[in-house]
Design a protein around this ligand. Sequence first.
Ligand code: SF4
Length: 459
Amino acid sequence: MKRYFIHTFGCQMNVNDTNRMGEALASMSYAPTPVAENADLIILNTCSIREKAEDKMLSWLGRYRQVKLQRGALIGVGGCVAQQEKKKILEKVPYVDFVFGPDAIGKLPEIIARIESEKVRVVETAWVDSESYVFPQADPKSSLGKTTEFVTVMKGCDNVCSFCVVPHTRGREVSRPFTEVLQEVARLTTVGVREVTLVGQNVNSYLGGISFAQLLLRTAQVPGIERVRFTTSHPHDLSDELIEAFRIEPKIMSHFHLPVQSGSNEVLVRMKRDYTVANYLERLAKLRVARPGIAVTTDLIVGFPGETDEDFEKTFALCEEAQFDGQYAFVYSPRPKTVAGLKEEEWGPVPHEVKVKRLERLNALQKQVSVGVMSQHVGNSVEVLVEGASRTNPLKRMGRTSHNRVVNFDGDAPVGALVEVEVQASSQSSLAGVQGRVISLPLVTIPEVALQPEACVVA
Ligand code: SF4
């Protein structure tokens, strides 16, 4: 049997795409290997959201070249850098056999068969930007051992945030018909999945036959499903209907990732975000009334072109006011083809050392808030869906709370069990404790496997 190794960079969309690649390869009798040196096929599933994505890709390709020399492994590049650079990758790296975009994942068997039979190098980066796009159907067998799984509900993005490369690499929005989504969720329950995360670049603008709020409510009603999550959302599409869904459906988990990006209205205009700080805070307040105690996380960019000290202080003040449970803050870096990248000189680049200082201040604030929030759990009980052995200590169990907080605990509950855990200690990013009452068990026994997909490394 041939073996594949996929190196995954970036976001949950890419992790989800890696799962789909694994399924496509399984149909050709390829099996995963956790060791690149043992692979007959290596794929880099790239991300171009941050600076130096191409350099990073080239550096990793250099390391995998040895596997090509020693074993004759095929080497492919997928994901956003592939979509962006297309055949330029083949021109730059003579030992890459194929380049494929996110819409060509289903064609992997065809691509590999062509390379093997015709001895050609292949570039497959066409977009399918219409309702005729067929979303790959996940094979429930590939979810064996998992009680939590991603389900794609849409692809692409119709927004034009001036810093973002996604519309250039993932194309226009296409929503998956809601009946297909619900069928996939139902199939996943047959292997023990109890929690699904509906994923898309901007799920709030879902148009698959019903609204996104209705899709969440319908997903929560699928027999066997106990928990529903989603990612990611644009604040200007956060509807009252979606907020109401949080009020009425307890199976929608108490976590909302709502990227704000900046606390300055002037910067938000240049970012083309289409909301003001006041709009954002008003949505947040409404959400917190509908679901008291909900965990809200966000994305922030510091040092966006033209960001003054005063602009940054507004972002800092927003973070103090919003008291986010977590943040993903990054220093701005220009991305190819984006408006902000093209206009950086005109708007005023922010010196790197200034960006770094601002980032450090935001991170220090977040650490203080997160440590405080997490410590409030100590001495209390939390409800946890068990995902398997702890990543930090295989003798312990690991799961997540409704608020998406990682809990490592002493216990013996099987994968898929919903249990109470008495929290004894906390850090900025996780809780630790001891298992208490088992609330419920999955409908089917779930085999214990390594938590991280074996052939996937997230960097
Ligand atoms: S909403 Fe904006 S930041 Fe998010 S994927 Fe679309 S263009 Fe990028």
